[in-house]
Design a protein around this ligand. Sequence first.
Ligand code: GDP
Ligand code: MN
Length: 452
Amino acid sequence: MNILSQKFILSSILFLTSDISIIKIKIMKIHEYQAREIFARYEIPVLQGEVCTTPEHAKEIAQKLKKSVVIKAQVQVGGRGKAGGIKLAKNPEEAEKLAKDILGMQIKGIPVEKIMVAEAIDIKEELYIGMVIDRARKKIVLMTSEAGGVEIEEVARETPDKIHKVEVDPLIGLKGFQIQKLIAPLFEGLANLKVCPTSKEKGQELPPDLTKTHPSLKVKAEAFTYPGSKEAFTYPGSKKLGQETGSIIRKLYQAFVENSCSLAEINPLVITNEGKLLACDTKINIDDNALFREELANLRDPNAEDPLELEARQSDLSYVGLDGNVACIVNGAGLAMTTMDLIKLEGGEPANFLDVGGSSSPTKVVNAMRIILTNKNVRSILINIFGGITRCDDIAAGIIEAMNKMEVPYPIVVRLTGTNQEKACEMLANTDLHFASSFTEGVKKAIELAKK
Ligand code: GDP
Ligand code: MN
C-alpha cells in the first residue's frame, strides 16, 4: 500500500492528523437532522425537535416544544458550536431572532440554509461514541471517549489515552465483551468514586491523589465533591448509565451496518442533570458505493456540497480539494494517490486529488483544468498520465484545447507515457510546457516550479 493511503487510513481511524490532509474519497455526508432521524428509527434517544428554513417556522417549533430551545445550523462541517452556529433561546421570540441570525450566517464558507430547532438540555457530562471503517484491516473501528463535546481529532492530539477503541469484524459482529471494553473506562472512575454532595462540600476540588488513581475520572466541581464524609455513596446510576450506553452502542452499530455508513458518530452523547442519556449531535457519512439504494441517495443535499467537488462529479471526475499548491491531473485513482504520495515525499504539498478516469476524452482534461484553476492556492500543475486505455494523444488534445480556451497562469509539468505517447509529444512540441521523462522528475519539477 502506498504511504498516503496508509496515512489516510491512520489519520481517519486513529486521528493522527498531524500534517496529513485527510482525504475523503467516496463518501456522502448528510445533515445532522437526517442522521438524527435514522438514529431515532433505531431507538437511540435523540433530541426532540424539527428542521426548518425560516425564522417564523423556528418560532412555531419553539412554541410547540414549550421549553428553551437550541437553534442549530445544518451545515456539513464540524465545530458549528465554536463558529456561532448553535445558540440557546429561552422563548419563542428569541428563537425567531436567533434563527434569523443563524440563517444569515456562513460557517466555514458554507451558507446556512436550514436550521434545527431542538429542545435545550441541561448537560452534566459529554461523552463520545463513534465508528468508522478501516478499509485496510477490513474492520469497523468503534471508539468511545469520556472527553466528548469537542472534535475527536482534538482529543486524539491532546489526550489520546481518553480514546477507547475496539475493532469489530463485520462477519462476526459486535460482541458483548467489546461493548464492555468500550464503556468500562467511561464509567469506572465514576462507579468507584465515593461522593457526598453536601452543600458545604459543593464546589470543592477533588484531592489530587483521587484523580491520579482514577485517571478516567471526569468530574465537574459543582456536581461532585471529595470523599470522606460518612454519608458517602457511589455515583448514582453509573451502572444503569453504563448499560444504557452499551445499548446505544449496539443500536448505533446496527444503524451503521444497515445504512452502509463509513462513519456514524454521536458527539456529544450527553448525560443530563436528571441522569438521562441523549444523543445531542448526530453524524453519518454514507459510503458512495451504496448510493444505488434510493433511500440513501435521496439524502443528498446538492446545496451542501463543495461546489468544486459537485462540478467534478457532474463532469465524471473524482476531485478532492486539499491545502497544498501543486495541482495534479492524473488518470486512475491509484496513480493519483501515488502522485500525491510522491509529492509529499519530495517535500511538496498536493493541492488536490484529481482522477480523470480510465477512458480518455479531451473534454475531461479541459474540465479538470477549469476546476483546478479555481483553487487559489495552486502554483504549479502536474499532469501525470500512464496511458493504457487512456490515450496520451487524447490527453494532449485536451491540454491544447484547455490552453486555447483559458489562461493558465501557472507552469505545467507533463509526464506522459504509454499508448500513443510519441504522437502526444509531437502535438505538444511547440508549447511552453515542462516535460518530464520520469514520474519522480515530474514531481520534483512541479514542486520546484511551485516555489517560484
Ligand atoms: P458541533 O459544534 O458542530 O459539534 O455541534 P454540537 O451539536 O455537538 O454542539 C456543540 C456543543 O454545544 C455541545 O458539545 C454542547 O456543549 C453545546 N450544546 C448543544 N446543545 C446544547 C443544549 O441543548 N444545552 C446545552 N447546555 N449545551 C448544548
Ligand atoms: Mn458535536
